[in-house]
Ligand binder design. Sequence first.
Ligand code: F6P
Length: 527
Amino acid sequence: MALDPDAFTRCDRSAVWPILQQRWSEAGRSFDLRQAFALDPDRATHFAIEAPHVFADLSKNLLDRETRDLLVELARECGLPAQRDALFGGEALNLTEQRQVMHWLLRVPPVSAAWRPSGLDRLGAELAEVHATLDAMLAFAERVRADEAITDIVNIGIGGSDLGPQMAVLALDTCAQPQRRRLHFVSNVDGHELDAVLRGVRPESTLFLVASKTFTTIETMTNARSAREWFSAQGGRDVARHFAALTTNVEAARAFGIDTTFGFWDWVGGRYSMWSAIGLPIAIAVGADNFRALLAGAHAMDAHFATTPLERNLPVQLALLDIWYRNFHGFSSRSIAPYHSGLRRLPAYLQQLEMESNGKRVDRRGEPLPFATSPVLWGEPGTNGQHAYFQMLHQGTDVVPVEFIAVRDAAHALPGHHVQLLANVLAQAQALMLGKEDAGGHRHFTGNRPSTMLLLERLDPASLGALVALQEHRVFCSGALWGINSFDQWGVELGKVLAKDLAPRLESGDTEGLDASTAMLVRRLHG
Ligand code: F6P
């Protein structure tokens, strides 16, 4: 069943929207965090949320209980609970492509859990296929792990077919012990990337995974063809043993010459696909049990999102804050600061998740929106960011809400490091909020700069799964309130078409019909 685009009120058409606007001009614009803590002794605990594997301190954000209640009212008026139920009911939320959005189905455990998504009543066949594919993929991963002859795995994929697996493999590095093999990720069409990897591997000990939902993406197909040519040129035999495909387009993989294929379905969006066969590199790195734990952590967050009242529902509360900052305060970016070097690719992963999902200027009916949508996401792991751009966060002219992620237990035994790391993450959040008076100007910190703190007990498969699912659902919620389709990505198409036209022109030098600037650049680059 397709979602009715008119079934839900768009945020700006709700009755509470003008009340929120008034609230912002009367109390939001001048809100002071230090004062708020002084006035409300329970503020820290009141704005803390305990979700599966993730504890969130939202108290250092620029809102009080009254504003939070108005935002919850906004969620109700926009039918957020019903939109969430449509997601877990398997409705075709992706209207422009007439597709269901069911990445959550990939994490439903085989034996009935405490919470069952409503759509399962109709999705028994799909769930059975999910589990059959998962079992086959995990069995393959275990065979690769046991195969002493394979020393290198090269994942060739881009966007959702790269960012999730790469981020998770780095994050779960310590679960991969003993590490007997190297995982490489090649995404860019820039041959430097593949070339560097190929220089360090041998055909007889390498497994190439060609990861592409569509199996048509130019970067991935160019890299895959070059890898196959290199393999043959180096005397490699047995393509069947050394290449596997992860795709919804099994036919195209076969036509490419790959027989070992792990499939998935068009109802899994690329940026939501690390739970599917696209997660094979993760399973090879950490093993089947850890991959199942990753799914279980995400499923626990699904259950939290589906069943927790809006006031205590972490994805909902994060999304409401995002709306408050973007549409009322006018903040145009959010900085992600994971204080764990294993999460160093998380900002890049979240960029695709949020900006490809919600970087839209029209609503579900295609009508231009009169308000701002996706913020720019950016960030680096702490403490590195502190020595680069935190100057701007503390004293710049723009206010940038920061999302800190801290992990209580270290997964290494080096003395002295972890306490420094944790002291720094707390200090940065404190400094942003408290500021510091100094008459001299240069040393003055205004403070009152907002941040959220997400705490994990440890970075393990279950907590990573929960953290990622949390972010998926938060993006879903803000998209639902904005009334946009968060599940298509037409904005990436035009550039692809133009590049197809320009590639032969760069070889021939033909500039006929091009705009003057592009023609000049083609002439410069030709030959
Ligand atoms: O061009 C954008 C995009 O379609 C992303 O949404 C997707 O994750 C990426 O390209 C890769 O697509 P595929 O997995 O089909 O190669």
